[in-house]
Design a binder for this molecule. Structure first.
Ligand code: HEC
Length: 160
């Protein structure tokens, strides 16, 4: 009987480990929550401009192929973050903590860190990064042409 439990425990641990976010630190401070709730939202134009100037150099939605990317498309990253952090405040807190201070431990996905190396720290203020993260949560992002097919191959389900 003990052996069966042990086996069950091992298989469930193994099965769940691919889906767990690497960053288990789920606690968000009261100040972080109120900052996020009081953020001034970016207009569509402001948001796109900030993404273009600060993120799309590496996370470009204009790339011609998967191989020429310097980093995963932001739409794919958003998909993963929403899976782990469907709640808007948590999503914004986690994403902006990473962008403000990227570390291997803080990354939600391990694959891209291995493939591309760790993202460099952004020079933006935390509040700006939170605004960008809120914009990413609230808006549909452009995807590169190759992305839909790549996603559907990887996940065996339609994109959107
Ligand atoms: C100089 C290139 C570069 C720039 C500029 C850049 N990134 Fe990244 N980013 C990366 C790379 C490479 C990765 C994949 C490796 C990793 O996760 O560290 C990444 C990963 C990420 C991740 C996923 C981390 C995780 O939790 O797994 C997020 C979120 C992210 N970037 C957001 C942004 C945002 C928002 C901006 C703009 C403010 C931005 N990045 C600008 C290179 C960049």
């Amino acid at each position: 009987m003990k052996k069966i439990f042990l086996l069950l425990f091992i298989t469930t641990t193994l099965l769940s480990c691919g889906r767990e976010p690497a960053n288990k630190k789920e606690v968000i401070s009261e100040t972080e929550i109120s900052n996020i709730e009081e953020l001034t939202l970016l207009s569509k134009g402001e948001g796109l401009e900030l993404l273009k100037n600060n993120c799309y150099t590496c996370h470009s939605p204009q790339s011609k192929s998967h191989d020429e990317m310097l980093a995963p498309p932001l739409a794919g990253i958003k998909y993963n973050y929403i899976k782990h952090y469907p709640n808007r405040t948590k999503f914004i807190a986690r994403m902006s903590n990473f962008v403000h201070q990227p570390t291997k431990e803080n990354a939600v996905m391990k694959g891209p860190v291995r493939r591309f190396g760790l993202m460099p720290k952004s020079g933006l203020e935390l509040e700006e990064i939170q605004q960008i993260s809120a914009f990413i949560y609230d808006n549909q992002l452009d995807i590169p042409n190759w992305f839909k097919e790549h996603f559907e191959e990887q996940h065996d389900k339609p994109w959107n």
